[in-house]
Design a protein around this ligand. Structure first.
Ligand code: AHM
Ligand code: MG
Length: 315
């Protein structure tokens, strides 16, 4: 019998929670796969708190995940990229989980049939905290992402290794095909939006030049940039290398969001022997101050993240 997501997770409450999210992702996948046939491409006509145009599929994905989580007795609150404020379920005494997510990451790729994804972070309310207490990523109890691509892949960690599943479209279940994923300690690719390079701080420019000419880590790198964080991260997890979204004068904290983009991927990276920093600090140690805050981001294989962080921190 192949192992599915539901049978793989030991903790029953967490298994129920992550399975509900996976079921929502199956609905999202089905809508993405046939997007051109169902008038769901394009803009929804509303701007979210990030100042970004919401796409119809952003809204659909958000609604699917919320509908899956709302009925669960264990879910106390939801924080979504697409909702300005956290949604707190006041009618669930004893609910312990906060689900924090980007329902559809890589929105700019939706209309052109390029990979997009879903990213989820799970936190647990501890004594003395409320459903809206914001905590550092090192308090996450689980993290997962789904990449909608040629295959639809789900990768999760619940704090003991990273495991990968492929969606079987016939049974609509996620079937285990990578147990204990490990990121190579060094890899062949770097991934950054190089159109912004003139605006990167000199240390980042130096790091990229050193990857290109082989002086940073003794190998000459190739570049890959999809523009969907989940897809760029998934390649980095499997093949090794580094993804970076540096600061610029216009965006001193970069573009990516700490709570539902950087934190869950950083937990997965670390669990797979990789690393993630903001240039000076481990991502998972950053104390958040607001749900939608941004962070600069360096994530991937240990050697690249260490070398670039050293330069970025001026050491
Ligand atoms: P989104 O959540 O609105 O889709 O934005 C996040 C995306 C990431 O998937 C990707 O890494 C990044 O934005 C790309 O940004 P840029 O176009 O500036 O390179
Ligand atoms: Mg997004």
């Amino acid at each position: 019998m192949p192992q599915t997501l539901a049978t793989h997770i030991q903790d029953q409450d967490l298994a129920t929670l992550l399975s509900a999210i996976a079921t929502a992702c199956v609905q999202i996948e089905s809508r993405i796969r046939t997007a051109g046939l169902s008038d769901i491409l394009g803009s929804f006509g509303h701007t979210n708190i990030q100042g970004e145009q919401q796409q119809k599929l952003d809204v659909f994905a958000n609604d699917c995940i919320i509908a899956a989580l709302k009925p669960l007795a264990t879910v106390a609150a939801i924080v979504s990229e697409e909702d300005d404020e956290p949604i707190v379920f006041t009618d669930k005494p004893g609910a312990k989980y906060i689900a924090i997510f980007d329902p559809l990451d890589g929105s700019s790729n939706i209309d052109v049939n390029v990979n997009v994804g879903t990213i989820v972070s799970i936190q647990q309310i501890e004594a003395g905290e409320t459903a809206t207490t914001l905590k550092a990523g090192n308090k996450q109890v689980a993290a997962l992402y789904v990449v909608y691509g040629p295959s639809t892949i789900l990768v999760y960690t619940a704090g003991s290794g990273v495991h990968g599943f492929t969606l079987d479209p016939d049974t609509t279940s996620f079937v285990l095909n990578w147990e204990e994923m490990k990121m190579p300690p060094q890899g062949p690719y770097y991934s950054a939006n190089e159109a912004n390079i003139a605006d990167f701080p000199p240390a980042y420019q130096q790091a990229l030049a050193g990857l290109r000419d082989g002086t940073l880590l003794g190998a000459k790198y190739s570049s890959r940039y999809i523009g969907s964080l989940v897809a760029d991260f998934h390649r980095t997890l499997l093949k090794g290398g580094v993804f970076l979204y540096p600061p610029t004068a216009k965006a001193p904290n970069g573009k990516l969001r700490l709570l539902y983009e950087a934190n869950p991927l950083a937990m997965i990276a670390e669990q797979a022997s990789g690393a993630a920093t903001n240039g000076t600090q481990r991502i998972l140690d950053i104390a958040p101050t607001e749900p939608h805050q941004r962070t600069t981001f360096i994530i991937g294989s240990r050697h690249e993240v260490e070398a670039i962080t050293k330069l970025a921190a001026g050491k």
